[in-house]
Design a protein around this ligand. Structure first.
Ligand SMILES: NC(=O)c1ccc[n+]([C@@H]2O[C@H](COP(=O)([O-])OP(=O)(O)OC[C@H]3O[C@@H](n4cnc5c(N)ncnc54)[C@H](OP(=O)(O)O)[C@@H]3O)[C@@H](O)[C@H]2O)c1
Length: 256
């Protein structure tokens, strides 16, 4: 019988080292001395590729995923979000402990990272937690056609910026990143949603993807973690693969 795997080295993932207390952060460190935005995506998917359960992603998460999610927030300079996720998941500002803030100060970062939201409509409720439960003003990255009205409605609650390129009705993600870079917000973390992630992928702006695979089958009509009109083919290389007692996988893939 022929051996179809000849020439391919396959490895069994096994009982390897436990990560010591305090060392998990090393696995999620951003590159040193960044002079441009480095964009990390953090998403969760079911085993069968679903990004939502009953319209939200929370049902897929477990304690390990929440820990990794918080750890990534801790090191980011800014959290970049699509407006639909902010609305659907009722986002508030980032909440960090005293110890986490001290650690950020030690690294020369602001105590709390702001959330920057990409939106064409700028339809964000000024009474929502996004504005009322945050210590730092969010950034609203919107389109040329919308910016004046958005500034009028939300300008006292957020910094409202024109992030359009050639198309005045849309945000150009490269312009959005340029705005963040001008503020030295180089360590970018995006938590989605799928439209924003796809926009970044299609424009070749995603440097790494941290994907949690939940040991759950969903079936149904759940979307993938990235869905959009364009298509890309970007080769990624694995950086690490972690697991926990519940069977979740925590992957980190970097471009290149
Ligand atoms: N599994 C996961 O890890 C995960 C993570 C996050 C979210 N989710 C889920 O994903 C769903 C939401 O995702 P989504 O893909 O519908 O939305 P999304 O990516 O969060 O946001 C889409 C919105 O972003 C704005 N936008 C995107 N591209 C734009 C551009 N070029 N210019 C201007 N604005 C732009 C638009 O906002 P306006 O409509 O305001 O113009 C658009 O409606 C929710 O169900 C959420 O629970 C899952």
């Amino acid at each position: 019988m022929s051996d179809d795997t000849a020439g391919t080295d396959l490895t069994v993932l096994g009982n390897v080292d436990k990560i010591a207390d305090g060392q998990l952060a090393d696995y999620y460190a951003y590159p040193d001395d960044l002079q441009r935005c480095w964009v990390r995506g953090n998403m969760i998917s079911s085993l069968d590729g679903g990004a939502t359960e009953d319209g939200k992603s929370g049902g897929l998460a477990g304690p390990g995923d929440r820990a990794v999610f918080n750890l990534m927030r801790q090191t980011a300079d800014v959290i970049l979000m699509g407006a639909a996720t902010v609305r659907i998941e009722n986002y508030s500002g980032v909440q960090l402990s005293v110890a986490q803030r001290q650690e950020r100060q030690r690294r020369g970062q602001a105590e709390v990272p702001p959330i920057a939201v990409i939106t064409a409509s700028a339809e964000l409720d000024h009474n929502s937690k996004f504005f009322t439960r945050t210590e730092v003003a969010p950034l609203i990255l919107t389109a040329t056609e919308t910016v004046a009205g958005a500034r009028h409605r939300l300008g006292t609650l957020a910094e409202v910026l024109d992030a359009s390129g050639a198309d005045p009705t849309r945000v150009d993600p490269a312009v959005a990143l340029r705005i963040l870079a001008e503020r030295k917000l180089f360590r970018v973390l995006t938590e989605g949603g799928p439209s924003l992630l796809s926009l970044l992928i299609e424009n070749d702006l995603l440097d790494e993807l941290c994907l949690t695979v939940a040991p759950i089958l969903l079936g149904g009509v759940a979307r993938r973690i990235a869905t959009g009109p364009g298509q890309a083919h970007t080769r990624m290389r694995p950086s690490h693969l972690l697991t926990d007692d519940e069977g979740y996988l925590y992957t980190r893939y970097v471009r290149g």
